[in-house]
Design a protein around this ligand. Structure first.
Ligand SMILES: Cc1ncc(COP(=O)(O)O)c(C=O)c1O
Length: 458
């Protein structure tokens, strides 16, 4: 019998995260004046211990014991050998999927929520604010805050707030306070509502609201927490790939193809960064971040400096972006509707170390349904995007007659996304390619803060 779940023992859980900043160089974040920002300028937004981690170039960073204890609720996470999925696809490829849906909120997001809350608590912070797209990140932060006794306030993108009412109840269960964004509570929210009272919202607007709310608390006891994009978030997620590497070694395999869906880039970074070094050292691996065709920052956006939020409260980050005012079409993969991409992931794409792909919404659901019918777990809509690429790669392996090893990240379960599946089955979901005019607009916006000559956007 082929082993279905490849498991690690609790004591085999990684004790250190891998920091890719030891191996790649990023363009520094800039202030509005175009000059690199100082760590102190971020102090009203993040605690200094996390700012230091954000800027660290140390290759291996110890995971604190208190964090390991909470992660051990669901980690080490299983690696699934997807034999039934392989059979349905009639592929010679061996497909391994790292299952991140077993955490209490149901995704990879608490891998970083737990350490972020821990470092805030150590720094003396009592309250955190954040945004959430699909609701997975907001639930993860509410869960982590409950573990460490911090208060949590979540601005949830309006379209997801309406589509997924039970995410709010989940956050409430963990003591979190969740409201729809744009809200009337912040200047950023009021401006967005004035521009369009019926706006579906965006992660860019929700980030502005959460940053504004954190900075507005003059007690100094509130900070903001981000669920993706930043270097320290990518760092915390590397536990996914580090575990997967040990699990593949147990069955004597090494990946030829690595796949993760990419919204802000964190689960993709988590599964792939520990293998990027192997690629830099000469191993042939195709590393594929996958995004929806409706929000194609990596595959069609320009590379340049852009803000992380709509109201331009964040520093300028060097990344692929559709522009900080971009409002994505109302697709159901809420976590993949971010306008930009993590600077680390963007830099790897720019250097050609990873090869971005995009898939259509309907192909994503088709792959997700095939997975559920063969392997069982119902994937989150974001995860379906990764699975659609797995299907393409498996079909390619069949056509080429090659026994490839494919490793993919199953970033979350879809048990609170069944309304989206319902719409898929009743034929109400459509495919939306982004109009070229949106890309022109993004080019113009990013052109205002040019990169150094050798790193010009394409
Ligand atoms: C299940 C799931 N997968 C993927 C993502 C995309 O985020 P990231 O690219 O940071 O992994 C999200 C974001 O909310 C998510 O909830």
């Amino acid at each position: 019998m082929t082993r279905k779940n490849i498991l690690l023992k609790p004591e085999e859980m990684p004790r250190q995260w891998y920091n890719i900043l030891a191996d790649i160089k990023l363009n520094p974040p800039l202030g509005a004046d175009g000059k690199p920002i100082s760590p102190e300028s971020l102090a009203p937004v993040f605690p200094m211990n996390l700012i230091e981690q954000e800027m660290s170039t140390q290759r291996w960073i110890d995971i604190p014991q208190e964090v390991l204890e909470i992660l051990s609720i669901w980690r080490p996470a299983p690696l699934i050998r997807a034999g039934a999925f392989e059979k349905a696809l009639r592929t010679p490829a061996r497909i391994y999927v790292k299952y991140e849906g077993g955490s209490p909120p149901g995704s990879h997001k608490p891998n970083t929520a737990v350490p972020q809350v821990y470092y805030n608590k150590v720094f003396g912070i009592k309250r955190l604010t954040t945004e959430t797209g699909a609701g997975q990140w907001g639930s993860a932060l509410a869960f982590a805050c409950a573990q460490f006794g911090l208060e949590c306030k979540v601005y949830m993108v309006r379209i997801s707030f309406d589509q997924k009412p039970y995410r709010k109840a989940m956050m409430q269960t963990w003591g979190g306070n969740c409201l729809a964004s744009p809200s009337t509570e912040t200047a950023a929210g009021r401006a967005a509502l004035a521009a369009d009272p019926d706006t579906p919202g965006s992660l860019g607007i929700a980030i502005s609201e959460a940053v504004e709310a954190a900075v507005a608390d003059k007690s100094g006891q509130t900070r903001y927490s981000l669920g993706s994009v930043l270097n320290h978030v990518m760092l915390h997620q590397t536990i996914i790939g580090l575990e997967a590497k040990k699990q593949l070694a147990l069955v004597g395999d090494e990946p030829d193809v690595i796949i993760g869906c990419a919204g802000g880039g964190s689960n993709f970074a988590g599964i792939s960064f520990p293998f990027v070094l192997d690629k830099m050292n000469g191993r042939e691996i195709s590393i594929l971040p996958v995004e929806p065709k409706a929000c194609p920052s990596l595959t069609r956006g320009p590379f340049g400096y852009d803000y992380g939020d709509t109201s331009r409260y964040t520093p300028l980050l060097a990344m692929y972006s559709l522009g900080h005012t971009f409002i994505p079409p109302a697709i159901h993969a809420g976590g993949l509707r971010y306008h930009g991409m993590a600077p680390t992931v963007s830099q790897l794409a720019h250097e050609g170390l990873i090869e971005p792909k995009s898939v259509s919404q309907l192909d994503a659901y088709r792959a997700g349904v095939l997975w559920a019918r063969t392997e069982g777990h119902i994937p989150a809509p974001e995860t379906c995007n990764a699975l659609a690429q797995v299907v393409s790669e498996a079909e390619k392996a069949r056509e080429e007659g090659k026994e490839k090893v494919i490793l993919a990240c199953f970033s979350g379960h879809g048990l609170l996304d069944l309304a989206a599946y319902d719409r898929y089955f009743s034929g109400q979901l459509t495919d939306a390619d982004l109009d070229e005019r949106e890309i022109d607009r993004a080019r113009e916006m990013l052109g205002k803060h040019p990169l150094p000559e050798n790193l010009r956007s394409r």
